[in-house]
Structures are given as structure tokens and as C-alpha cells.
Design a protein around this ligand. Sequence first.
Ligand code: HEM
Length: 382
Amino acid sequence: PYPVYARLRREAPVSLVDPVGMWAISRYEDALYVMKNPQLFSSRGIMAATEPPWLGRTNPVSDSLIAIDPPRHTRLRALVNRAFTPAAVARLEPFVRTVVEELASKVVSGNTLDFVETFALPLPANVIGELLGLDVSLRARFKQWADIIITAATLPPDAVELHDRMRNTLAEMDRYFHEVVESRRRQPGDDMVSELLRAQVDGQSLSESELMGFFYLLLLAGLETTVHMLSHCAIMLARKPDVQARLRAEPALIPRFIEEVLRCEPPVHSTLRVTTSEVELSGVKLPPGTPVLVLLASAQRDESFCPNGDEFSLERTNQGNMAFGHGIHFCLGAPLARLEARVALEVLLSRSSGIFLRQEQIQWNLAPTARGPVVLPMEWKP
Ligand code: HEM
């Protein structure tokens, strides 16, 4: 359980976080209000607060969907929506299943393996690679980038060497994305990159930084989060042998299990907004320009939304948890992430008889925006 969230909800639902100067919102009702009113709570808050000075450049996602407001947001989102509708995502299922089957044969060996490295990272890396139409031979590089980027949020301000590595990785990603754009300009295909190059918004093509923003966002928003979701599912199965047994007997419960894991251990604990005018939340007045940290992880444990919210239960059927956000910025990749998790668990559970965890050897990334294991030693018995 998360006792700090519970105390905040009870005693200080809107409270100033020192020394960052943001106001943390912990109750379900307040969180929902923020997410439902983008005209009062701007998404420009996301980038303003997350550009570390050592980066020495603008954040590559500062012009992307997640960090902009309507009307531009509405138009850009419409461009990529089609690729992520439930029907479009369902068409990806055979591809996802092929990747899962291949990776699962390594996982279910009876030996202790790092689940992140053998499964949770390569699965979404392959799926996003496919979606963006990236060259198969480059996917190894793509994974290395992800390995480095995945640690970005937790780099301490004095880790000079790691900052250099991060900057070099970003420069390499920039070069690669530019190469991809140039090659699709010369030879368009039916992939998402070519589609974005053809796209017109208000009679104009997307700017170079908007195109780059899409790349980075899809890579970053779609990768680390999915890795953490898959890892949290695996940890929950290992910790709850009764749940494991039940899901093996009743695979139809797998989607419900996934929703409850997302509610209890969401990969994204919080998101940021900035107020555009004076607003009042739980009796606290916030002036315009106030950074607001919406604690999604706390909101979905709130008793008013979910009785006994700190407990994991397969019996819950309530919809609408906030793991994927809410409102106009609701996660574009949610149907895809859910598909990956469902297929992964169907295959892994049907091929294994027991799942064990090396609890003491887990290494965590505890960043508030992307929380999950970086190294996850596990054993899956055939
Ligand atoms: C937005 C979580 C997977 C692409 C969001 C937001 C959350 C979230 C909380 C809303 C942020 C906000 O309102 O400030 C997650 C989780 C995932 C996941 C927990 C996995 C379990 C993916 C995948 C993709 C993706 C697989 C794409 C391939 C996006 C995009 C947005 C977004 C493009 C921005 C949408 C917009 O601003 O309109 N995600 N995400 N996500 N996500 Fe995900």
C-alpha cells in the first residue's frame, strides 16, 4: 500500500510539495476535475517542469501531443487516432502473438532470468518498431536507446557521465529519426511515418519538431510504460499463487487482472498541468500559473472511487481507473498496451506451471512518472 497517498487524501488533499513548488492532488474527485478541464489546467505544465538544466536542449517531446493544448492538440491527435483505434489495434494481434510466442519460449525455461531483458522490454520495442515501420536491423539499436532512456528520469543532477551518455543518445536518436524521415520522403510506404509526412493540418505539413515529437513520444510513452506494466503483472502473479492458479483455470479473467494491476501499480504515478486561471480544489485556491501534480496512483486508490482501494482484488469490476489518464489526453496507446498484456499473460500462463520471484534482487526505477523494475530476476517453471 502507499501510506503517504492515503495520508494526503485524508489530511491534505491539495498540498504544496517542497521544494519543487508543485501542488499535489491526491483525491479522485479533484484529479478527475483537473483531467476533465483542459481549459483550466494546461498540459504545457508537463514540459515546463521536466526539462532538467543539464539536458542543454529543449525536450524533444515539448511539441508533442502530450504537452500541448487544444486546438492544436485536437488536430494533431486526429492524425494518429486512426492507427490506434480498437479495430486497428486488433489487426496487430497476430503480430503481437508471434513476438510473444518467440519470447515466451526463452522465459519459460525453469532458469532464473531477468524478465525485463528477456520479455518486458523486447515485446513493446518490437511492437512499436513495427508500428512506426522501423528497419528490423535497427531494432537492436532501438533497444539500446530504450535501455538508456529508461533510466533518464532518475539521473541525479551530479551524474555528469550519465548526462553525457543521455545527450549522446538523444543526438543519435535525432540523427536516426531524420534518416527515417528522409528515406520515407524519397520512398513513401503505408507506415505511420509516411502517413505523418503526407498529413496536412490547416493546409500545412507538420513542422520538423512536431514530426520529431511524434517519434519521441511514441517511443518513450509507449515503451517504458508498457515494460513496467508487464513487469508489474509478472510480480503480482508471483506474489499471489492463488490468483495465478485462478487465471490458468479461467483465462477469461486475464483482462480484469490487468486492470487491477494497472490500478494498484500504475506505471505512471502522476502527471503535470499548469493552471490557466484561478481555481479552487478541495477548498484550496490556486492562482493562475500554478504547477499541479495529479497523483493518478492515489486517485484510483481513493475509497470514494474504489472501496478498500489499497487491496488487490480480482472481484472488482469497476471501470475507469486512471492508469491511462482521463479526458482529451487519454492514452492513445491504451488499447495496444492492453492487447500486449493480454496476449503475453495468455501465453506465459498457459506455458508455465509456476512463477517465482527473486524479491531481494529486484532493482527499481522509482521515478514518479515511470515506476517499475529495471532488473527483475524471475523463474517460470515449464
Ligand atoms: C498519454 C499512460 C502505453 C502513447 C498517456 C497518459 C497516461 C499514459 C497516464 C496521459 C498523460 C496526461 O494526460 O498527462 C500509459 C500507460 C501505458 C501506456 C500506463 C502502458 C501500460 C502507451 C503506448 C503508446 C502510448 C503503448 C503508443 C504506442 C501515448 C500518447 C499519449 C499518451 C501518444 C498522449 C496522448 C495525448 O496527449 O493526447 N499515456 N501509456 N502510451 N500515451 Fe500512454
